[in-house]
Design a protein around this ligand. Structure first.
Ligand code: ARG
Length: 265
């Protein structure tokens, strides 16, 4: 497995674009760097390969590489951010993908779909299906009009709670057949559709708030935010190796382990 990350050199809470972010609750830069390094090391120990994209000055959220784009069927579908504060990241990510030989689509000024799409933060693949979120950032029309994602394999999920504004904050596939989720974050209709598409294990409100669903799965390993003991037990019972990871400085920006990574295969 190949994963893209971006060092948090310019990471800070400089604006408020989701309910978690409060400028007066600033991230501690030293701690944030240590936590990112801890995550990076754990990912390597779990056997994945990590690529690094150089961070862009003045782009504090670029460390959340999940939003760069989505690797899907051999292509990178570049993000088209809803948030103006993050639009500047696209050029940096695009340059890196192209330099590294990726087939990049959804490029500004070339073939960009004009609907918003926030990358792998809003699209997760499992069991030959792609679970996509909409409601706060990505627009449902993106999935309906983009020819890079086959609608036959798409499970469209409506996000219903502004604290869980990307699908990767409240849903996480564990393997081809099973996933964890925070059901409250989805509309009733979407809950029903999702339940029919994959076996789901509930995360409670307390651990959802700790970003339990924002985890990185590498084979049988799950790298998961610290402070979610109930879920750890459940995951161990189904044969997973649990790696709790301290990411509190990133929760302040509305992100955690998974948001800091983007899968490249
Ligand atoms: N502050 C960032 C934002 O609001 C956090 C992004 C979290 N990324 C994710 N994939 N959930 O855009």
């Amino acid at each position: 497995m190949r994963i893209l990350m971006c060092r948090p050199d310019y990471y800070a809470i400089e604006y408020e674009i989701n309910p978690w972010m409060k400028k007066e609750r600033q991230a501690d830069h030293k701690k944030a760097l240590k936590q990112w390094e801890g995550l990076h090391k754990t990912i390597l120990q779990c056997g994945a390969q990590v690529e690094l994209v150089p961070p862009g000055r003045g782009l504090p959220d670029m460390t959340f590489a999940a939003n760069a784009g989505l690797f899907y069927k051999g292509k990178v579908i570049l993000a088209n951010f809803r948030m103006v504060e993050r639009k500047g990241e696209v050029a940096y990510f695009q340059t890196w993908f192209e330099k590294n030989g990726f087939d990049v689509v959804n490029k500004p000024g070339v073939d960009q779909n004009h609907y918003y799409f926030e990358g792998a933060g809003d699209a997760l693949v499992a069991n030959g299906k792609i679970f996509v979120g909409y409601g706060f950032r990505t627009e449902i029309e993106f999935y309906k009009t983009s020819h890079w994602i086959d609608p036959k394999h798409t499970i469209i999920c409506e996000l219903a709670d502004p604290y869980y504004y990307h699908i990767d904050t409240c849903f996480c596939p564990l393997n081809e057949k099973q996933a964890i989720w925070f059901p409250h974050a989805f509309s009733e209709k979407s809950r029903e559709i999702m339940s029919k598409s994959i076996e789901l294990f509930d995360v409670d409100a307390e651990e959802a708030k700790r970003f339990a669903c924002n985890s990185v799965v590498i084979h049988k390993n799950i790298i998961i935010p610290s402070g979610c003991p109930k879920l750890y037990e459940k995951l161990k019972k189904i044969g997973m190796t649990v790696h709790p990871c301290e990411v509190d400085e990133y929760i302040k920006a509305g992100g955690a382990c998974k948001c800091l990574t983007m899968r490249l295969d």
